[in-house]
Ligand binder design. Sequence first.
Ligand SMILES: Cc1cc2nc3c(=O)[nH]c(=O)nc-3n(C[C@H](O)[C@H](O)[C@H](O)COP(=O)(O)OP(=O)(O)OC[C@H]3O[C@@H](n4cnc5c(N)ncnc54)[C@H](O)[C@@H]3O)c2cc1C
Length: 395
Amino acid sequence: MATADALLRPDHATRRKHFIFNEEHEQLRESIHSFVVKELAPHAEEWEETTFPNWVFPRMGGLGFLGLSFPEEYGGQGGDYYCNLVRAEEMAHASCGGLAMGVAVHTDMATPPILLFGTEEQKQRYLVPSIRGEKISCLGITEPDAGSDVAGIKTRAVRDGDEWVINGSKTFITNGHRADYIVLVTKTDPDAGYDGFSLFVVDMDLPGVIREKKLEKLGMHASDTALLAFQDVRVPHDALLGQEGKGFYHIMWELQGERLIGAAGCVAGAQRLFDRTLEYATERSAFGRPIGKFQAIRHKFADMATKIEAGRQMVYTTAWRFHNGEYPVREISMAKLYTARMACEVADECLQIHGGAGYMKEYGIERAWRDLRLNRIGAGTDEIMLDVIGRSYGI
Ligand SMILES: Cc1cc2nc3c(=O)[nH]c(=O)nc-3n(C[C@H](O)[C@H](O)[C@H](O)COP(=O)(O)OP(=O)(O)OC[C@H]3O[C@@H](n4cnc5c(N)ncnc54)[C@H](O)[C@@H]3O)c2cc1C
């Protein structure tokens, strides 16, 4: 029986699982963690130079990690939405943002619309091999002239008998160079407003699909980012994904899952940086004491820990609502906005606490600082999140 004395002691060391997770989630967490630490993390520096290799997909597929929440009939594990959070969180232990992003584009962005909107034939043709890691996917929304303004895209799909002819271009496409297929957002009826968009699943080896160039970027170097052109690409009518004319609503649904998973990744990335920096602050001494013993540094940790915990609670509570059938767009936008900003602030403080070492490549802090910056832009910028939240109040 607990004594009053025991009850009154602060319990800082206990790591209790959050109520959304059960024992199965914790076992899953352990197995993904051990795979990530043993098989992915050792390559983080190498992949920064070369981009990560394609074998990661079949390896993860073989371990059952690519289809965690997909139905067993398609080769998935039949788990719940929280399993995807576990994967996003554990991928942070690879210390390789580009890798985590490339995998997340496949698991949490390009394939969920195929499960929700796809025909049985599309599921067999694309989802099943994607879950095995035999086909790699990418998602094409952004264009050179339209990013935040999704409705401003110009890529056109025009019906021609039993086929559609696609013309246009997409940019900043993660996995665009390695992908076997793309989930593509097009305009099918320019006069129909939001009802004039349609999604297609397009094989990347079709005539007219051109992978123009690999784009150089600030961070996420382990991922490949493509500029793509579509020149008179002919696809059969059954390449249409979901309802003709409803593509805008379909892709807005996809973005909610993408944002929530991104938010989970931000919290996990920030926590990982915090842990590594805490270790550094106990080892590094200045003026005769470990730097963590200076109140100024201690307060930085206190501030960071508080923000990370707030972000985590936002993500878990919002995920709980999502899992229970709600469509909490406002809260997802808040979680995305808050955790992206928070992760950038934490990365900056961690770099500061490392001093000059933080600026050096060998500590990996500068890489995380560069990688995390994307979160304030990708999947909807801070400004767009603020707009979605503000508009949700009717103003
Ligand atoms: C590394 C990387 C990977 C990516 N991967 C993919 C991918 O796989 N697939 C894909 O489709 N896209 C991808 N993107 C694109 C990403 O989603 C877009 O960059 C993002 O949505 C912003 O669009 P934009 O770059 O065109 O910026 P713009 O829309 O041109 O915005 C420029 C600035 O204007 C602001 N702004 C725009 N509209 C408003 C407004 N209404 N109110 C206030 N401010 C506004 C923005 O917030 C931003 O600060 C990726 C981007 C990067 C950098």
